[in-house]
Design a protein around this ligand. Structure first.
Ligand code: CP
Length: 303
């Protein structure tokens, strides 16, 4: 497998992360300086699952670097419907593009495709597995608003199926971060993730309520219950709407609390929170551009 595929955040050192974030900050300060950097380069988009932010921000990023996309388009209108395998599809599209971006519903899909392709591959989300480029923009947002060291973060919602949670939790083990996980009992972190965090020496605590820990948080990272991943709709209904951040919840929050969410949200953050100084989730989504530009810039350098 190529060393420059980005499959998960376990492969990233603190230095790797800081290099991306520093480069993203440089791009953010003067995007026009990078406008022709990758003229003529093509990014292959393979999205087997819905996406707004990740897909559009990768497209924006490559275009802002002077390149363009080739998009497989919706699965329904591709030859996947004729039975073509994921590996074959990727091996074909790598011949059309200088790098590939893959989103797929199956955990492990990006790792598998990484064994077959010779152009850089970016995992844009594999089932309940990982979402490393989301994590890098999350870290960028945390660094801008709260700093990455001596950080107390609450990560709340669907910790079982939420791939952004898994990727963020691993990445934070590179920093002096105290991680508090808040979820219903049925949506706790998978055992494998807890084991890896323990092995990495992470400071981790689990809660079923937010009240006790909220006053101590620098950042609250809220996630959607991943309805599409539940094998049984009744299990989803049993937990849907259990957690909502609203004005009442925020009465106990520190004044400088940063609230983040990878989006899309359903009802876990009330719209009234959007107008508060706490709300950073739209800024977070916009940070996808400099961060993905930084990643593409370094990945395409030798292509
Ligand atoms: N945060 C995120 O991955 O959003 P999309 O599913 O819209 O890409």
């Amino acid at each position: 497998m190529r060393h420059d595929h980005l499959i998960d955040t376990k492969q990233l050192t603190r230095q790797d992360i800081e290099n991306v974030l520093d480069h993203a900050a440089e791009i953010d300060a003067d995007p026009s300086a990078f406008a022709d950097r990758h003229a003529g380069k093509l990014l292959g988009l393979m999205f087997y699952e819905p996406s707004t932010r990740t897909k559009m921000s990768f497209e924006t990023s490559i275009k802002r670097l002077g390149g363009d996309i080739v998009d497989m388009g919706p699965v329904e209108s591709s030859s996947v419907k004729k039975g073509e395998s994921l590996a074959d599809t990727a091996r074909v599209i790598e011949g059309y593009a200088d790098a590939l971006v893959l989103r797929h519903p199956s955990q492990g899909a990006a790792k598998m495709v990484g064994e077959f392709v010779d152009v850089p591959l970016l995992n844009a989300g594999d089932g309940a597995g990982h979402h490393p480029t989301q994590t890098l923009l999350d870290l960028y947002t945390i660094r801008e608003n709260a700093g990455l060291d001596d950080l107390t973060i609450g990560i709340m919602g669907d910790l079982k199926y939420g791939r952004t949670v898994h990727s963020l939790a691993y990445a934070l083990t590179n920093f002096d971060a105290h991680q508090h996980f808040i979820s219903p009992g049925s949506l706790k972190l998978p055992r494998s993730v807890r084991y890896d965090l323990h092995e990495a020496g992470a400071s981790v605590r689990e809660h079923t309520d937010i009240e006790a820990i909220l006053p101590n948080l620098d950042v609250l990272y809220v996630t959607r219950i991943q309805r599409e991943r539940f094998p049984d709709e009744n299990e989803y209904r049993a937990v849907a709407g259990d957690y909502q951040i609203d004005f009442e919840t925020l009465e106990a929050a520190p004044d400088d609390l940063t609230i983040m969410h990878p989006l899309p949200r359903v009802d876990e953050i009330a719209p009234e929170v959007d107008e508060t100084e706490h709300a950073k989730y739209f800024e977070q989504a916009h940070n996808g551009i400099p961060v993905r530009m930084a990643l593409l810039d370094s990945m395409l350098e030798d292509q």
